[in-house]
Every structure is written in C-alpha cells, then in structure tokens.
Design a protein around this ligand. Sequence first.
Ligand SMILES: [Zn+2]
Ligand SMILES: [Zn+2]
Ligand SMILES: [Zn+2]
Ligand SMILES: [Zn+2]
Length: 362
Amino acid sequence: MNTRITLSYTLPPPPPDSNIMNTSDCKDSASKSNDDDVCDVNNMLKNMSTDDNHVSICANCGKEGAKNICNKCKQVKYCNAVCKKVHKKKHKKQCEEHQRLAAEKHNEELRIAAELHDEKLFKEPPSQYGDCPICFVRLPTFDNGRSYKSCCGKVICSGCVYAPVYDNQGNEVDNDKCPFCRTPTPKTNGEGLERNKTRMEANDPIAIYNIGNYYMKGKHGFPQDYSKAIELWQRAGKLGYPKSYNNIGCSYECGRGVEVEKKKAIHYFELAAIGGEVIARYNLGLVEQERGNIDRALKHYTIAVRDGESDSLEMIKRLYSNGHASKEDYTIALQCYQAYLGEIKSDQRDKAAAADEEYRYY
Ligand SMILES: [Zn+2]
Ligand SMILES: [Zn+2]
Ligand SMILES: [Zn+2]
Ligand SMILES: [Zn+2]
C-alpha cells in the first residue's frame, strides 16, 4: 500500500549546483490522541462569540431594555434604529477602538492556540511499538523487523520469530508455534484470517487496522471498500494504533474513498505523528517542505529519524547537500539514527537478517 504521499514541493531558490528532486513520496501506515487534540485553533475560533453580559442600556438615550446592537463592534446597544442613527457620529471613534481591541484579542488567542498546538505536535512522541515482549529489546520501526501474532495479539521481533526453540535436553524442537503463546502457527490463510477476525471482535486495534487494509485492497475475500477501510482505521486509531490515522491522512491526500481535502489529510497525519507514527511524521515533513517551511520540515524529519525512519534521514541529507539545512542539522540526525540503531540491535535479529532478507530490520 502506498503510505507516503507524493508531493511536488517548492523550495526557496537553492544555491547553484544543487540537485533538488521534484517529487517525494508520502507514506500510508496507524493514534492514541483524540481527534479534537489538534483542533485548538478551530475551537478557539468557535468559542470567540460575542460578549452578551453588557447591561442593556441604550447608548444614545439611556433607557433600559436596549436590544438593537451595533453591528460593527457588537459592544453597544440601542432602543431602536433611530437611536442608533442619532448616536452614530458620537460612537464612531469608540466603535473603531472596540473593533481594534477585539481584533487584537482575537489574534492573541489564535497565536496562543497555534503555540499550544505546536507544543503538542513537536513533543517527542512515545515509541510506537515499545519492546519485544520476549527479548525485551526495543522493537524496530521498520516493518520487517517485527511480526504481529493474531493468536495472542503480541508484536514479536524478527529475532524472536526466527530463533530456534530447544527442549530440556538442548535439542532443537519444531518451532511451528507462536514464540509468545505457543499456539501453533495457522496452517492456512483462512485460519489466520479467522484469528484476525476474532481479535478484531476483541477490539484489538492492530487486527482492526489489518482488516481495514484488506478492505482497502480488496484482499483475502474482502470486497474493495474504501469507506469501510476508513471506518475501521478510525476505530483502530481511537483504540491507540496511530498508523491507522496515517492511512486516513493518505486517503484525504489522494482522494481514496473521500474527496481530496488537504486540511483533513494534515489533521490525520498530525494525529498519527503525535501518537508516534514515523511515516506520518515524514509525510508532515514533506508538507512543510512543500510550503517552504524548512525549519518545521527539519523538526518533523528529525523526530522521525530518532525513531528510526531512514527516509527522513535521507531527506535531511538532501536538504543539507542543497544548502537548506546546516551541517549541524545533519550531524544531529545521523547521531539520532545511530542511537536508534543501538537501541534495536540484537545478535538474534542480526542472525535472522543474515539468514533471510525478510528479517532485515533496519
Ligand atoms: Zn435609545
Ligand atoms: Zn460600534
Ligand atoms: Zn524479541
Ligand atoms: Zn501468540
């Protein structure tokens, strides 16, 4: 599935001799956060209603019970249109001042909302997958490095999936079982699918996400149904699987089952990224890069690299070679990636990767 959006982006003019690529891919992938989390600005706007607590005294004649409000500043009231008209000239200056203050207040509230939003967005997210429940080493971000078990719903690292199992005498035994719960591996695709459905009924977000993917592709006996896919991804996202939100973002980005809506695409990429989904973070980096907001793009890429997203490292490298990022930016990114590799490396995983490309984990 294409989980990366494709964007043609415009950068500030590069220094001579740089080779900027014109397209990049935005990836699909699945968040813990509530949909409303990133809507601070909108909420702020919504809440900016007029102040109704003023005493209803006519600003012209002083009588109580004035209901006719000044449409411009919405701060003074009149008995009727006649009083309003009489007072117009006198009120003009005050009216302008009221409007100026209201605009100032409004802008300040927007600024604060945007600041809060960014604070949430650029906060280092939790590691999305945590540690392998068997070897306790951090799970790789790269898909091949881990495997979801539809028997117990655990996500196991490639090393533990591959590792041989020994009996009490030290003899290697048949390892056709889940390394975590020892349930025999499903013998048919149908059996695996049934397990996935059972886990979906138990509200397992990864199972729900997987079945959403089957609907999107029209695979494993599921009809192709984008709306159903989005519905399931919404459910999986609310249950704490941020990858789902990235897929919804991609759907809005490219109009898959929904009308193209860039704003909504970004909203879902943000939900996913806040929940720790690195591909959404990469996608947001692309969006900001396209807008020419290189600083914001770099922030997103760097957070993604910290969690092992190697394409983001590549983007920082290109920005650096094009003169849009500093040597320090690139050095920090390389260090972040090395630190990540240090956290996920294990002999068992290396053995698995050496034996089978399918187990390559970074
Ligand atoms: Zn009046
Ligand atoms: Zn007024
Ligand atoms: Zn493991
Ligand atoms: Zn299991």
